[in-house]
Design a protein around this ligand. Structure first.
Ligand SMILES: [Zn+2]
Length: 344
């Protein structure tokens, strides 16, 4: 079987599509033939190398995939079942797991980051990481949804507790998490503002429910938010950009507002105006991944068509490097999907 693999950490030239040994199924695992997979920024970070991440090379990346069960191994899954992969694995036994808060697990792992991923023709995945995909849901959609919609759902619904009638600003609406956040905030009854880097992306964000989209390349989004809200600001900002936007994200918040972050793609050493935090009584919320219950909740809405993962491009796995380029250069809107070469 073939898989996308990194020959080491580095640029896109370390990516190859190569022959590998068939995966062996451990206890509690299910063997799955992958029909489609999708890329996340995490794949780019893993390729470049993360502090404290020590991987055996070559390493198979990938946290999102969907496909057909080949061998259920005595789990609740049987040959022929349609499944999608959820990447988060928790120990099940630490104080946080026992409280039902898997993403806080002291031994939290992600498929594709800490262990072998799913950008491969065949994978062996713990049964706990599989979600049933109903007939009729296209493979591309099933593979594009889990990580970004799970992450976005926990951020907005569980952590920020967005309510009907609130204003929400989503930074980077063209990315996977961003475009999921626009849809979820709108579905929760909020008025959604967003930022995007060009008019095509702005148009796509508006088509998913954003009321106004600000082009961060030619205006200060905090000023634009103030103008759009009669000087009030928004109740919730979703920021996964970090250093570059942090100050303006805080400046976009109304009194009592919440900033929720799930990442810092431009760096984590941002400057915070503490005066603004206490005087306006702001709340900063961190969020990462989701519980399996949250994943079930949001994916059932994806399967029902309430939420729509937008596919920016579908590429053969042998062209994974092009997909990495599209993410790194913010080229396009939504998710990049990979399909095994002979499935094209
Ligand atoms: Zn745990």
């Amino acid at each position: 079987m073939r898989a996308v693999q990194f020959t080491g950490h580095g640029g896109r030239d370390v990516i190859e599509y190569a022959e590998r040994e068939e995966p062996t199924r451990d206890n509690g695992e299910v063997l799955v033939d992958v029909k489609a997979a999708s890329l996340n920024h995490l794949d780019v970070w893993t390729r470049r190398g993360l502090p404290g991440l020590d991987l055996d090379m070559p390493h198979v990346p990938g946290s999102d995939a969907a496909g057909v069960v080949v061998e259920g191994g005595g789990t609740k899954f049987e040959e022929g079942d349609r499944v999608a992969v959820w990447a988060g694995t928790a120990c099940g036994d630490c104080e946080f797991c026992r409280n039902g808060d898997e993403p806080l697990c002291v031994n939290y792992h992600l498929l594709g980051e800490h262990v072998e991923g799913v950008h491969a023709e065949r994978v062996s995945v713990p049964a706990d990481n599989l979600v049933t995909v109903p007939e009729g849901v296209p493979w591309e959609r099933a593979a594009a949804a889990p990580l970004v919609f799970g992450t976005a759902w926990r951020m907005l619904v569980t952590r920020a507790e967005v309510r009907q009638g609130e204003n929400v600003l989503v930074l980077g609406a063209s990315g996977g998490v961003g475009h999921a956040c626009v849809q979820i905030a709108r579905h929760a009854g909020a008025t959604v503002y967003a930022t995007a880097g060009d008019e095509n992306k702005a148009k796509a964000a508006r088509s998913l429910g954003a009321k106004e989209v600000f082009d961060y390349t030619d205006e200060n989004f905090a000023d634009a938010v103030r103008d759009a809200t009669d000087g009030r600001g928004v109740d919730v900002v979703v920021d996964h950009v970090g250093k570059e936007t942090w100050r303006d994200s805080l400046a976009s918040l109304a009194k009592g507002g919440r900033l929720v972050t799930c990442g810092a793609t431009t760096g984590g050493d941002a400057t915070t105006d503490v005066n603004r935090i206490f005087w306006n009584q702001l709340t900063v919320l961190g969020s990462t991944m989701a519980t399996r219950g949250e994943v079930d909740d949001v994916l059932s809405l994806v399967w029902d068509g309430v939420f729509e993962p937008r596919i920016r491009e579908t590429l053969p796995m042998s062209d994974a490097a092009e997909g990495h380029r599209m993410l790194e250069e913010r080229d396009g809107f939504g998710k990049v999907v990979l399909v095994p070469d002979d499935e094209e």
